[in-house]
Design a protein around this ligand. Structure first.
Ligand SMILES: [Zn+2]
Length: 151
């Protein structure tokens, strides 16, 4: 499985874990994925504590361990919004959008996002997830660099 796909799915899990642990004020402000690491920019007013970083890592790794399916649904944008899937508020999307979700059904999915992919087919393919660094990149915006084993 492509490293970029593994890191991309890991980035979706990272965003959801952060929202679960730090609250829904966490919004993705950008992301960049290379063959070595993922970089995730997000809104948050302060530095994360080492305990919070550990909790986020542990939650992502618990979803990796569950080996949940990663699936895609294609649906009208209005319907996709109703599922609670995350998306960029500033981005213009077409009338029909792809929603990638992690779980057996879209209703009980751990994570759902408007996304073009590609992704792994099961979270177990990601491997162990590790946060390398967390830092400020501007007022109210922070950045996490993270990687996976064998990236
Ligand atoms: Zn995505």
């Amino acid at each position: 499985m492509q490293v970029r796909s593994r890191l991309h799915t890991a980035t979706h899990l990272l965003q959801q874990a952060m929202r679960n642990i730090l609250g829904n004020d966490v919004h993705q402000a950008g992301s960049d994925i290379t063959a070595e690491r993922t970089r995730f920019d997000f809104t948050f007013p302060r530095k994360l504590t080492p305990e919070e970083i550990k909790k986020v890592e542990d939650e992502v790794n618990s979803i990796v361990a569950k080996d949940l399916p990663v699936q895609k649904a294609v649906m009208p944008k209005a319907e996709a919004e109703k599922t609670g899937a995350l998306y960029y508020f500033r981005e213009k999307y077409p009338d029909m959008v792809n929603v990638y979700y992690v779980g057996k059904t879209i209703e009980d999915a751990y994570s759902k996002e408007f996304c073009g992919g590609p992704h792994v087919t099961h979270t177990g393919e990601i491997g162990h997830f590790r946060i390398l660094k967390e830092e400020a990149v501007g007022a109210g915006t922070r950045r996490i660099r993270a990687t996976i084993d064998n990236a």
